[in-house]
Design a protein around this ligand. Sequence first.
Ligand code: PLP
Length: 420
Amino acid sequence: NQSLAELDPEIAAVLSQELGRQRGTLEMIASENFAPRAVMEAQGSVLTNKYAEGYPGRRYYGGCEYVDIAEQLAIDRVKALFGAEYANVQPHSGAQANAAALSAMITPGDKILGLSLAHGGHLTHGMKLNFSGKLYKVAAYQVEPDNFRVDMDKLREQAIAEKPQVIIAGWSAYPRHLDFAAFRSIADEVGALLWTDMAHFAGLVAADLHPSPVPYSDVVTSTVHKTLAGPRSGVILAKQEWAKKINSNVFPGQQGGPLMHVIAAKAVAFKIAGTEEFKERQERVLEGAKIIADRLNQSDVAEAGVSVLTGGTDVHLVLVDLRNSQLDGQQAEDLLHSVGITVNRNAVPFDPRPPMVTSGLRIGTPALATRGFGAEEFTEVAEIIATALKAGSATDVDALQSRVDKLAADFPLYPQHEQW
Ligand code: PLP
């Protein structure tokens, strides 16, 4: 019954160093967030001990009477949150949700049509080294070279030519709303199913601040840990007619025993996502992203060869185009890291540089909004980023680092914990 610190001081040190890093820096990776204390409590609980293969009321193990309650709560809450007819809350991750969803919808050898990885799509939407690219034939659509948006007329022509069995709406790096009604009508026209992967923007949908794909899509998948701020995991929503197929493609199709501690934590996250406080936070997410886009659109930044893809954002992230800047994506990521801001480099569409270097940055606001940042703080963050991207290697790192330190100190993270 030793504590972690007593039993394994090396891992205890990692936890406390990571907590220090999260507290002392500004987290702006668009796919990250800070799970609230209640979510962490559910996830770090005795539910991790329980095997519960099967579904509530129909398990292959005894002793599931309490974990059944947790899973049913998670299902009921996420259905209510998104107005879905059916939910499966067992996927261990977004990628596993996507694997199960695709295997429920189509068979290997069928064709999928999703946004190209190089243009903002996800690995699971048909990348050649991923299961999706290995099992299925892949056609990819792209954004337009002039405005970096998906052109729905072109997508329609491509869908008619390619005749995919599944059309995928959704992205990992795209700063605008997708037209789900248009996706639906194209899918209907070519006899395809419509799968939306709302992993990134699910929190905005939950808060009614982003169009919902649920009414238009046959199947919707999501992660729970990005804008939704829950435990690292996935979820599948669908029309009721998909229930049996999706259930059996998650378990036993893709997974064994569900992670009941994570499922309980999902239930908590879905409860929080239905509150006014959550909605107010998502409003600050959007406000912050707009403030950053507006600042990086100004002429002093443009003169340094830095621009904002699509000229702005409708969501929680800003894509920065560095193709004409003195910095490449790797250098810009490293520079911001040196002042205490964590972002990730990201290929821009038609990127001339290799994927390990890239010519872009993806900057997201969800984690800082969770931390409590509002317009004033995001304005200061935007100024710090703009100053660094303009100055490049001549950046006064110490000066910017102390401005970051002040913001971090003003918004304590997990204040109730000595270490975690
Ligand atoms: N789908 C999209 C659109 C994503 O952006 C991601 C994660 O980056 C995933 C799925 C996969 O989620 P996970 O990392 O939980 O497998």
